[in-house]
Design a protein around this ligand. Structure first.
Ligand code: ZN
Length: 212
């Protein structure tokens, strides 16, 4: 087939056009916001890089799972683990601490969404885990610190809008800075407990952290 080209344009220039169009674009897929359940595609938990965000041997009830239509997770791939204030929270995955906040009281009655004590940890693949509703002055790590998987991060708490139920909110962002929703579908390789048909954790079930 003959390629028609504008007068004055060499074959080399024609070849360069798609190359230049791709710089800064073709490798990165444009991410249109998908409905929550379409983002909830879980891999085999046995190969998950994540462990439960609490110590081996501990068990907690999952109060709210991902995409729960009636609560704060309706558009989030996030989990709420019911925990008494002061329970140990550990790193679900190794990484570098990017942000901490621990100044808010454990009253559980904040009206402002997102205003609670929290830790953000960036993993080696660029994803970022969020640990929320932590105890006032309960954070045990600092910004810039590298933490190992399973390392203690904080005491759980009741800061922010918990509706009065102390719990740990856990979710993972695609990248830093974390400006979008929790959109990484995470399960845990050491979670003993039932998974739903998508292989995510199920609200109402209790999950025990097994050795890993
Ligand atoms: Zn939550």
């Amino acid at each position: 087939m003959m390629l028609l080209r504008p007068p004055g344009m060499s074959a080399v220039m024609l070849l360069l056009i798609p190359l230049s169009v791709c710089i800064g674009g073709c490798g990165r897929a444009e991410r249109a916001p998908l409905p929550c359940m379409e983002r909830a595609v879980f891999d085999d938990p046995a190969g998950s890089p994540y462990v439960l965000p609490y110590p081996v041997g501990a068990s907690y009830r999952l109060a709210q799972s991902y995409c729960y239509p009636y609560g704060g997770h309706r558009d989030q791939l996030a989990y709420d683990f019911d925990m008494p204030i002061g329970s140990d929270v550990v790193a679900a995955r190794a990484g570098v601490v990017r942000r901490v906040r621990e100044d808010l009281p454990d009253t559980g009655d904040s009206r402002e969404a997102g205003q609670h004590n929290n830790i953000l940890i960036e993993h080696d693949d660029g994803t970022v885990a969020f640990y929320g509703h932590l105890k006032q002055n309960g954070v045990a790590v600092e910004v810039g610190q590298r933490v190992a998987q399973g390392q203690r991060l904080a005491a759980s708490g009741n800061s922010g809008n918990t509706l009065g139920e102390p719990h740990l909110h856990f979710g993972v962002y695609q990248s830093w800075p974390a400006t979008e929703g929790f959109d990484v579908a995470v399960n845990f390789r050491n979670a003993e407990g039932p998974l739903d048909e998508r292989r995510g954790l199920a609200a109402g079930a209790v999950y025990k952290a097994q050795p890993y």
